[in-house]
Design a protein around this ligand. Structure first.
Ligand code: AMP
Ligand code: TRP
Length: 329
């Protein structure tokens, strides 16, 4: 039986953090051999907010290197940069013309990102979900492995595909959101009611390339409560978040019960130091590999070129079909 095709992407708009890793990349890595995978660095999405051109250029490469450092196998997986394939922007325009404004108005991420500065934000930020739909639908992906915060965007993608297929011709596969229950929402260390995010303050997250002493400090300072027992209790969100991270980074197959048993009779201090050690140990090989592949700048350029060459024919064919169905050209 043919493998199902996964498509996903991350914006090169900041350094990668533990939330991105646990919510997205880790699952890409764990399931890469069971699927056919296309993983994109979505730079056209990054420019929906202002970016420094030099920094953006570097961050695009850094993000692709992190995919590989985390364990994505560039021999079997296509890794590429969104703006290297012109079809993304072109299909996004077709979708802009198909998508009712009302659908976009419902997107919570747009509301969160703009707040009361809606009129100053770029038009690109508003139509961001139509570009994301183009990313996914160009490759006829079966599923989209992402964190919980992207569910609404994947659902909009399904709506756009269905509307196009109904109104013009059945060109697009309707993809599924592939969201794991565990890790789908890693919370901020300094405020466990908010998600860990690049737009939060520096104490809310751990970056994949952080030094061990920074990691230890952030975890020691993580907000908990005045309780004593170390158990998975959703009423104690700070503790719950730390335990979730601990569970996810533990050996595959470890259960919540086993983690609770391990910490029976120990306090929050023990959890924090053992968690810090686990995070440092998990990130050590990732950081090593990242530095190793950074030594030769041509390495990542080659991978990205090869990735784009592999996926371009798929994108070109889908776009041709969509344009023909709409009577363009
Ligand atoms: P972004 O950094 O917004 O481009 O997100 C890249 C990927 O990481 C997406 O699949 C997100 O759903 C996922 N992600 C971002 N923040 C978190 C978080 N705090 N917990 C879990 N997944 C996350
Ligand atoms: N919107 C996603 C995020 O902020 C990034 C993204 C863009 C994406 N295009 C995608 C994710 C296609 C999955 C599939 O995380």
């Amino acid at each position: 039986m043919a493998k199902l095709r996964a498509f996903s992407g991350i914006q090169p708009s900041g350094d990668l953090h533990l939330g991105n890793y646990l919510g997205a990349i880790r699952n890409w890595v764990l399931e890469q051999h069971d699927r056919e995978n296309i993983f994109c660095v979505v730079d056209l999405h990054a420019i929906t907010l202002p970016q420094d051109p030099k920094l953006l250029h570097k961050r695009i490469r850094d993000l692709a290197k992190i995919y590989i450092a985390c364990g994505i196998d560039p021999e079997s997986v296509a890794i590429f940069v969104q703006s290297h394939i012109k079809e993304h922007a072109e299909l996004a325009w077709l979708f802009n013309c198909l998508t009712p404004i009302g659908w976009l108005n419902r997107m919570t991420q747009f509301k969160e990102k703009t707040g009361d500065r809606r009129d100053q934000s770029s038009a690109g930020l508003f139509v961001y979900p139509a570009l994301m739909a183009a990313d996914i639908l160009l490759y006829q992906a079966d599923g989209v492995p992402v964190g919980e915060d992207q569910k609404q965007h994947v659902e909009l993608t399904r709506d756009i595909a269905e509307k196009f297929n109904r109104e013009y011709a059945p060109v697009f596969k309707v993809p599924q959101p592939w969201i794991k229950e565990d890790g789908a929402r890693v919370m901020a260390l300094d405020d466990p009611t908010k998600k860990m995010s690049k737009s939060g303050g520096p104490n809310n997250l751990i970056y994949m390339l952080d030094d061990p002493d920074v990691i230890v400090k952030r975890i020691k300072r993580a907000v908990t409560d005045t309780g004593t027992t170390v158990v998975f209790d959703s009423q104690r969100p700070g503790l719950f978040n730390l335990l979730e991270i601990y569970l996810l980074l533990s050996k595959p197959g470890t259960t919540k019960e086993a983690v609770e048993e391990h910490f029976a009779g120990k306090g929050y201090g023990a959890l924090k130091s053992e968690l810090a050690e686990l995070v440092v140990e998990t990130l050590k090989p990732v950081q090593q590999k990242y530095h190793e592949i950074s030594e030769d700048p041509n390495y990542i350029e080659e991978i990205l070129k090869r990735g784009a060459d592999r996926v371009r024919p798929i994108a070109a064919r889908t776009l041709d079909d969509a344009k023909a169905a709409m009577g363009l050209g």
